[in-house]
Design a protein around this ligand. Structure first.
Ligand code: XMP
Length: 516
């Protein structure tokens, strides 16, 4: 594995993902990780990430100086390189000309770290400081117009530094640079594959859980479904999958989920019918945050009752992913046992917290994976594409897509409208092109229309379809008019109570993806 010491760069995770794309396992660790701790992990190489500080700041983060003596190859990126230079006796100063964005790399030494990296190729820079004197033993590998030290190396000690960011896509041969480091310098083999991960995860789960029972709350999304497949392979009947039907999923989805799991994959699902109780709790409620809180509390309560009924269980399986682990590192550790504990179930279940007496031990076999890796694992385990590539769906589901009070009648209307939107998106082969596609119902608004010879006075439906990379920012999708037209025609003709269709053309920001 390759260890990445994180000095606060927004790209640290990205470095890990790029390394993993070379089929070598990589982890992001705090810059405070000591040389002794690192040595125990036996990394083949260490990468020092970038960071927002200047190495000459009073409180600039530094690594344990002992890591220079470990005899492990080290690559410093941006701040990481400057830290290396300063620690080994060179000098870093504010740059005369800061460099942000694209820069042409002139290669001085095309061997070693820069093998197969194009001379004159574009690399991405983002720095206000520069190395002004190299430490003893270092040579220049490449320069740019503004930086004589764009890539440096002490090949004997296997210390390398790049001022550019090889991890970002704009750096044309960035990945080639990382491959050189990983394969040629650190001598790693490309063995971290999905299959290898699955084998190891199954072995680990078996070793941890033994013949104890595990409870898993299935949501229908890719994380919990992949988890279910993996655990079922590992421990078979000792896994209990529970699906709580709150009544806010899309048309036919709960039934489809059970059908897929039980009939096709022979993984039994405890189907908890809870529609009535969730709906009853939402009576008269219109405030979006109250809706979320009520649904969350009801989920916890149902979860508690049902887990007692089906239990006892020793473990709770959670679809925690690597970004959650990096963000919440060490926060949920039980001070007495040192075990990670479930103080809260993942936010996609929208539960605030489990009561004290319901604290399970956790099994989190996906905790090393990024989202796209989970999809690959799901696929390798035989999960169908309809789940692997399913659009994100909020925990409170359709309840937050009905503005105002949620009633059984309005849920039925929204389910029908939503079904048509989804069907037409799929029919147009656009499902995988967009981030989310759904419908929203508005309260109390009615408009006049005409159908046949009759005047109608009914409700509008809103179609919301967005394109996005990560849900943080989004743009409305410029769908072909014909697709929108088909949706609109079908909705007005097929769904009673809707006589008008509008398309939401707001980006995020300033809008949000959901309406509530
Ligand atoms: P917004 O509306 O904030 O949504 O632009 C960003 C992404 O988050 C999803 N979302 C939720 N997911 N519980 C969830 O599990 C929620 O309460 C919730 N609200 C929004 C939304 O669907 C989009 O993908």
């Amino acid at each position: 594995m390759i260890a990445i010491l994180d000095f606060g760069s927004q790209y640290s995770e990205l470095i890990a993902r790029r390394i993993r794309e070379t089929k070598v396992y990589s982890e992001v660790l705090s810059y405070r990780t000591t040389a002794e701790q690192l040595a125990k992990l036996k990394p083949r190489g260490i990468i020092l990430s970038g960071g927002p500080n200047s190495v000459y700041d009073d409180y600039a983060p530094v690594c344990d100086p002992e890591i220079w003596n470990l005899g492990i190859p080290i690559l410093g990126v941006c701040y990481g390189m400057q830290l290396m230079v300063q620690a080994l006796g060179g000098r870093v100063e504010p740059a005369e000309k800061p460099e942000y964005g694209r820069a042409e790399l002139s290669i001085v030494d095309p061997t070693d770290l820069l093998t197969n990296v194009e001379d004159g190729g574009i690399m991405w820079m983002s720095h206000g400081d520069s190395v002004t004197r190299l430490p003893e033993g270092f040579d220049i590998l490449a320069e740019t117009q503004n930086t004589p030290h764009a890539a440096i190396a002490d090949c004997d000690r296997k210390f390398y530094g790049v001022q550019f960011h090889p991890e970002v896509v704009h750096s044309v041969d960035g990945q080639a640079t990382l491959c050189n480091f990983v394969y040629h310098i650190c001598k790693c083999d490309p063995t971290w594959t999905v299959e290898a991960f699955v084998d190891e995860a199954i072995r680990e789960v078996r070793a941890k859980v033994g013949d104890k029972r595990v409870l898993l709350a299935l949501s229908g999304g890719v994380d919990s479904s992949t988890l279910a497949f993996l655990l079922h392979q590992a421990i078979g009947d000792n896994l209990t999958c529970m699906f709580i039907d709150q009544g806010f999923m899309r048309k036919g989805e709960p039934e489809r989920l059970v059908e897929l799991f039980e009939d096709k994959f022979h993984i039994p699902v405890e189907f908890v019918k809870a529609r009535k109780q969730f709906l009853a709790k939402l009576e008269g409620v219109t405030d979006p945050e109250r809706k979320r809180k009520i649904i969350g509390a009801e989920f916890i309560q149902t979860f508690e009752v049902e887990s007692k009924r089906l239990g006892p269980f020793d473990y709770l399986a959670q679809g925690t992913l690597y970004p959650d682990v990096i963000e919440s590192a060490n926060t949920n550790i039980d001070p007495k046992t040192g075990e990670r504990v479930a103080v809260k179930i993942k936010s996609h279940h929208n539960v605030g917290g489990l009561p004290e007496d319901l604290r399970f031990k956790l099994v989190e076999p996906l905790r090393k994976l990024f989202k796209d890796e989970v999809r690959q694992v799901g696929r390798a385990l035989g999960l169908p594409e309809e789940i692997v590539m399913r659009h994100p769906f909020p925990g409170p589901g359709l309840a937050i897509r009905i503005i105002g009070e949620v009633t059984a009648e309005r849920l039925n209307i929204l389910r029908d409208v939503d079904f048509i939107v989804r069907e037409e998106i799929q029919r147009a082969d656009l499902y995988f092109e967009v981030w989310q596609a759904f419908a929203v119902l508005l309260p109390t608004v009615r408009s006049v229309g005409v159908m046949g010879d009759k005047r109608t006075y009914a409700c509008p439906a809103v179609i919301r379809i967005v394109s996005s990379e990560d849900g943080m920012t989004a743009d409305w999708s410029k769908l072909p008019y014909e697709v929108l037209e088909r949706m609109s025609n079908r909705i007005v003709n097929e769904v009673e109570g809707i006589n008008r269709v509008t398309y939401d053309i707001t980006s995020k920001p300033p809008g949000t993806i959901e309406w509530e």
